[in-house]
Structures are given as C-alpha cells and as structure tokens.
Write a protein that binds this ligand. Structure first.
Ligand SMILES: Cc1cc2nc3c(=O)[nH]c(=O)nc-3n(C[C@H](O)[C@H](O)[C@H](O)COP(=O)(O)OP(=O)(O)OC[C@H]3O[C@@H](n4cnc5c(N)ncnc54)[C@H](O)[C@@H]3O)c2cc1C
Length: 488
C-alpha cells in the first residue's frame, strides 16, 4: 500500500456540494479521502466519470465488493449519468430530458460520491486532484483508479464555428435543439422577408456519425411534422443538409447499413453532402471545401457533431496514450503497463479481439462502454482478491451484434446479425433495445410513459424559450418605471 502524503486541508464546511459530512461536525469526506488508506484499510477504488463505463463499472463493484473489502469513490462533475443514445429522442421531444438521466447518488449507495471534476491524475503517487463545485481543489488518494471521462466534441479552427454552432453531446444541447427548431419555425412564420424565412428554415448538421445521423433523422422528422401546425408556412419546406468529409455516413456501422440509412434520409428530402467539409461559418453564411466548394448556404442553425476526441483532462495525467490521445488499454481493460489503473469507454484504445485485423480497436459506442464497464469491474475484483479467491481476470471480447437507430416517428434503421431492417420494425427494435439498456428501473418506467403519451397525442410543440433566459422577466420588471402610488 502506498505511503501517506501531506494533502492540503479541506475547509470544514458543509456548504460546497461534493463535500459530504462523514460524521457531521467532525470529519468531512474530501478531507478524509485526501489521506492515504493505511495498510490495515481495505483498498480504495476511485472511479473517474459516472457515464456509461463508469456507472456500470461502479454498480458492478458495489454489487460484488462488500464494505470491508473495498472503499469506493466516484468523482463526477454532474449529479447524474446521461443515457446518450436517447438524446436524439430528447431533441425530438418524444422523451423528457430528465427521463434519460440516472441520479448517481441513489444509484450508488455504497459509494462516496464526490461531485467534482478530476483535473489532474498523478498515478505514480496514486493521487487525483479534483475541482469541487465551489472552485476549490483537493487531492484524493487511491489504490486503484478507473479512468472513464469519455470524450468532448472535436472542433475545427473554422471562422465563426465556435460562436455560431451547437454540439450534440449533452442533455443541454439536446434540449436547446428541441426548442430551437420550433423557434425557427415561429420566426419563419412571423416574417414577410423571404431571405429571413429561408435562413430560419435551413438547418445544417456537420458530421455523419451516430450523433449527426440520429440528430438529422429525429429533428428533420419533428420539423416536418411541426411545420404543418403553422398555417403561414403551408407552402414552405424545411431544408436539412448533412455534411460529411468522407465518402460515407455512419463510420461506426457496416458500409451497407450506412448506405441504407443514407437512402432512407434522402427519400425524406434530407440532402447529404459527402466529401464536403466546412470552410467558414461567419454571419450565418456557411461556405464549404470539397465537392460543394463554391456553394454558400444561409442558415440560422448549425449543429456540430463532426467527431470526438478524448477528454482534455487526460492531458494532465501520467498514463500512456496513443497518438489520438486515447488511454492505452490491454485486453483486460488495464491501462497498459500501469498496475492499479483501469480504463475503457470512448476515452480508451481497447483492442477488439473479435476482429482479425491487426491493431483493431473497439468502436466508441455505448454498446462497448457498458459491457467494458462490467468486465473491467469483474477484472478489478479479481485483482483485489487474487487468483486463489477469485480466479484469473478475463479479456474483454464483444462481437458487434449490430446497430439500431431511430429516424423519427415509426421510422428507423437497424442491422442485427447481418439482417437489415427499416421503417416500423427497425424503429420498434431501436426502442426495445434502448429501453432494455436504460440503467434504472425508474428511468425505464418514465421513458415508457413518454412513448405511450407520444403515441396517443399529437406532439408538444411548445418551445420553452424562456428556459434559456430565466433572468429576463425580472430584469424587464426592474427596468419598467415604478407604478404611481396614487390611486384614482
Ligand atoms: C447523440 C448521441 C447518440 C448516440 N447514440 C448511440 C447509440 O445509439 N448506440 C451506441 O452504442 N452509442 C451511441 N452513442 C455513443 C455513446 O453514447 C458513447 O459511446 C458512450 O457514452 C461512451 O461512454 P463513456 O463512459 O466512455 O463516456 P460518457 O458516457 O460520456 O461518460 C463520461 C463521464 O465522465 C464525466 N467526466 C467528464 N470529465 C470528467 C472529469 N474531468 N472528472 C470526472 N468525470 C468527468 C462526464 O460528466 C460523464 O458523466 C451516442 C452518442 C451521442 C452523443
């Protein structure tokens, strides 16, 4: 067990979230965790990130390791895990945002949950530096670490992009897009200027991976449905353009399913611009490189889903990484050549043992992250208990079973064990699969209720624009002249 280090003392305050009182008024969790566990103490396991990899690994760890056998800590900046594969349905308005989240504290009763982001990992010292919600930083000491902070959007140095486009990785972005589509229809309906209307009714999505294709699939369907409720837009069409630098969509799935999905979208009127990339995006005007060089598209809404990169916190670790910045994992989900460190999910380069191609890696999908989480936990338990008590660890091996994607109401595409489906059967399969994969029983019940209401009633097209500006009503009220105290 590593020796004790001197960590900065934590302020004994109950105020900051993430500083949980261990014994009220006496010891506080973050201060306690700064010190090394003693040799007589069970090993301390720190899980970084409560997403697909982290939450599933943590649930398995708490299930398999009783309190005397390990001390369990989760560091996660959010209070919940987000089931990302259902974000397109959140953007489409068929599922309520909260229903695709799992609050981490009730899900992990055996864990000390620290609401904080890890900003640095010095694995050589077995120490993680965390930033709490109040901005203060503390060290946490551990024996084993599970690294799963996922990825962030890969942006490009394109003029105007960061200011004008929105990503599609988070719940906030999905809710924003849900509202945005309706607000743009309302804007188009309220203007007599054809140029303003055209800009409002044009949506450009960059990147044709899972996120981009499902965003276009769900949102184009929603917008084409919603426009029917605007009498002023009877003769108008919503224009959706999906822009992709390579020669195919959906690199995560087989080429045949990619082609199949492209045909489904084209039949709906979505334009797919392959071998095209963005050149600039200034003042609402989008210009392109590649096949569509010279074209200019005026659009109020630009959605950026063109790739992901490993989380930037990994730059502040001493873990080995590949040229893409992913943490190098072995087949057992251990960080290569680094005892006590474990990884998986989108931030990691995990060998794909089911593929004959040398150096093949697991694709960055929830399908892998969830299964890797469970396998990683089992291997970690084996490591803690030793081969005599537990048997040897097992390599991670999951053969790609296929993919399912929702493309709007009663429409989907799927490929399962080589069988391709489209339309209602694929849509049903997509819903059943993701419903089964949702990590909490309460979430399952809520999502099912959303789907039942969506099937029974017409879609809710309220934009809830005020969510984006909660201070505006009070500010407007404060600016208004005070009423006269005299009454008639
Ligand atoms: C719109 C969309 C649709 C998708 N659809 C599908 C699909 O249909 N099927 C499929 O298989 N996959 C799909 N995916 C991909 C899938 O969601 C990812 O592969 C999966 O989320 C990866 O899991 P992860 O645990 O690596 O990362 P995440 O689930 O993103 O978890 C990372 C966690 O780490 C936390 N974190 C970040 N920084 C820190 C830090 N510094 N310290 C501590 N914690 C931190 C985050 O808050 C987060 O909770 C989709 C993705 C998107 C965006």
């Amino acid at each position: 067990m590593p020796a004790a280090t001197g960590a900065p003392p934590a302020a004994p305050s109950r105020a900051g979230a993430g500083i949980t009182a261990d014994k009220p008024g006496k010891r506080y969790l973050v201060r306690k965790l700064a010190a090394r566990p003693g040799t007589d103490h069970p090993p301390r396991i720190l899980v970084i990130g409560g997403g697909h990899l982290g939450l599933y690994a943590a649930q398995r760890l708490q299930q398999r390791l009783p309190p005397g056998e390990a001390e369990l800590i989760l560091a996660e900046p959010l209070t919940h895990m987000t089931y990302q594969p259902l974000l397109p349905e959140v953007a489409a308005g068929t599922v309520e945002p909260r229903h695709v989240t799992v609050p981490v504290r009730p899900a992990l009763p055996r864990f000390h949950v620290v609401t904080a982001e890890v900003v640095e990992l010095r694995h050589a010292d077995r120490t993680a530096r965390v930033r709490l919600i109040d901005g203060s930083e503390r060290d946490l000491a551990y024996d084993h670490v599970v690294v799963g902070p996922g990825t962030v959007s890969r942006t490009a140095p394109v003029p105007g992009l960061a200011e004008l486009a929105v990503g599609f990785e988070t719940l906030g972005e999905a809710v924003f897009l849900r509202n945005r589509v309706i607000i743009q229809l309302a804007l188009a309906a309220s203007t007599s200027d054809p140029a303003v209307r055209r800009r409002a009714l044009t949506f450009v999505v960059f990147g044709a991976g899972y996120a981009g294709v499902e965003a276009v699939g769900e949102l184009s369907d929603r917008s084409m449905d919603a426009i029917k409720t605007f009498a002023e837009l009877r003769h108008e069409k919503v224009r959706w353009i999906l822009v992709e630098p390579t020669d195919r969509i959906l690199p995560e799935v087989s080429p045949a399913l990619g082609e199949y999905t492209a045909n489904v979208l084209r039949a709906r009127g979505v334009e797919i611009w392959l071998e095209t990339s963005i050149a600039s995006c200034v003042g609402g005007r989008v210009r392109f490189h590649g096949r569509h060089a010279g074209d200019v598209v005026e659009a109020n809404t630009k959605v950026w889903t063109a790739g992901i990169r490993p989380h930037p916190m990994l730059d502040h670790t001493d873990l080995p990484r590949d040229p893409e910045g992913r943490v190098l994992a072995d087949a057992y989900l251990r960080v290569r050549g680094t005892p006590g460190a474990w990884t998986g999910g989108d931030c990691a380069a995990v060998p794909d043992l089911t593929c004959d191609e040398p150096g093949a890696l697991c694709a960055p999908t929830a399908q892998h992250a969830i299964r890797q989480g469970r396998r990683l936990a089992d291997n970690l338990v084996a490591d803690v208990r030793g081969p005599q008590r537990n048997g040897p660890p097992k390599p991670y091996r999951h053969r790609y079973a296929g993919s399912v994607m929702g493309m709007g109401r009663m429409q989907g595409v799927a490929e399962v064990y080589g069988v391709r489906l489209s339309g209602t059967p694929a849509w049903l399969l997509h819903r059943v699969y993701h419903w089964l994969m949702l990590p909490s029983g309460a979430g399952k019940a809520r999502v099912l209720t959303d789907w039942i209401f969506d099937a029974l009633f017409s879609r809710d097209i309220s934009a809830l624009a005020e969510l984006q500006e909660p201070h505006k009503p009070l500010q407007t009220a404060a600016r208004a002249p005070a009423p006269s105290t005299q009454t008639a």
